[in-house]
Design a protein around this ligand. Structure first.
Ligand SMILES: [Zn+2]
Length: 329
């Protein structure tokens, strides 16, 4: 019997999503287990293996029905060797041969890549990027990252670090410090935490703040600021205009450099929709070269939280160009 399904794993700092995905990008079954990074990488890998076994057992699937396993990792990886080099938000993950370990444990082909490139693969094959060959997929959440597909091919670069757009320097002097050790990075101007920081600064400055009222005793989040904007709060609207402007500036550079047909914006903050997308579109239209924007669309991601697992499920196929193995049989 030919294998019909792939397993996609989205490894996060807090939890791990595991999904059985068919060849049409449908998530058939999924599971979420804690990462428990403080217990060491061996424990986290065990959680991944256990979760895969559980999901198969619970759904009466035999391992022979699975073609491959792909893992999206939040950090630096070497997809060619299946090595996790460094995960900034998961302590202890340095030079871990994750693909090899999974292959030995499950006797299945395994591959890995970084999580944003997985999301880009997912959106390209089954989401907002379907039918396009030149795509930039931007994720705006706790950090900012991108996955780039040019002429239909995922771009990884010489050392698999292509797409680190969050560290594009937008303020050459006087910028805020960034987690990468530099200052003035794009990520310090428009990520989820920087939206919250802007919101808090406006409160300190004595500006009206509907979002403080909406947050009650809890923390202010980008979603709450977006909600306040929905109620007409001018400060909240200004915050999104500012974040959208900076994203637009970064994307103007990307558009002039790569001439994509479509830019797909995903990640937690992108759920705020046109509130964020409108100032991005306006800035890119105003500032990018006209020839580079003639065919350009800027849209919201379609696959939501599933983009990572769906893209990860495609990794072995896309790496080996084993298109036949991806055909439902
Ligand atoms: Zn940085």
């Amino acid at each position: 019997m030919s294998a019909k399904f792939n397993i996609g794993v989205d490894l996060g700092g807090t939890d791990i999503k595991v999904a059985v995905v068919d060849c049409f990008g449908h998530v058939l079954h999924s599971d979420c287990v804690p990462t428990e990074a403080h217990r060491g990488y061996g424990h986290t890998i065990n959680n991944i293996i256990k979760s895969i076994n559980n999901i198969l057992q619970r759904n009466n699937l035999d391992i022979s029905q699975i073609n491959s396993v792909g893992v999206g990792c939040p950090g630096m990886v070497d997809p060619a060797t299946g090595l996790v080099k460094f995960l900034p938000n998961i302590p202890g993950w340095i030079n871990i041969e994750l693909a090899d370990i999974i292959e030995k444990e499950l006797e299945l082909k395994a591959a890995l890549d970084n999580d944003v490139r997985c999301a880009a693969l997912g959106e390209h094959s089954f989401g907002a990027g379907k039918g396009y060959n030149n795509i930039v997929c931007l994720t705006v959440g706790t950090g900012i990252g991108s996955g780039i597909i040019l002429n239909g091919k995922l771009i990884r670069g010489a050392n698999s670090s292509a797409g680190e757009i969050g560290h594009m320097i937008l303020q050459e002097t006087g910028g805020l410090f960034c987690g990468c050790g530099g200052a003035g990075c794009f990520e310090t101007l428009a990520s989820g935490p920087s939206i919250v920081e802007m919101a808090e600064r406006y409160i300190l400055g004595g500006k009206s703040s509907k979002y403080r009222e909406l947050a009650g005793d809890g923390a202010i989040t980008p979603e709450i600021v977006a909600k306040a904007a929905g109620f007409g709060d001018e400060v909240a609207k200004t915050i999104f205009k500012t974040a959208g402007y900076w994203i637009g500036i970064a994307l103007t550079n990307v558009v002039n450099l790569l001439n994509p047909e479509i830019i797909i914006i995903g990640g937690g903050v992108a759920k705020c929709g046109d509130l964020l997308l409108d100032p991005i579109r306006k800035t890119v239209q105003e500032k990018a070269l006209k020839t580079a924007t003639e065919k350009l669309e800027i849209v919201q991601a379609k696959l939501g939280n599933d983009a990572g697992v769906i893209g990860a499920s495609l990794l072995v196929c896309s790496n080996n160009q084993e298109k036949n193995a991806c055909t439902a049989g």
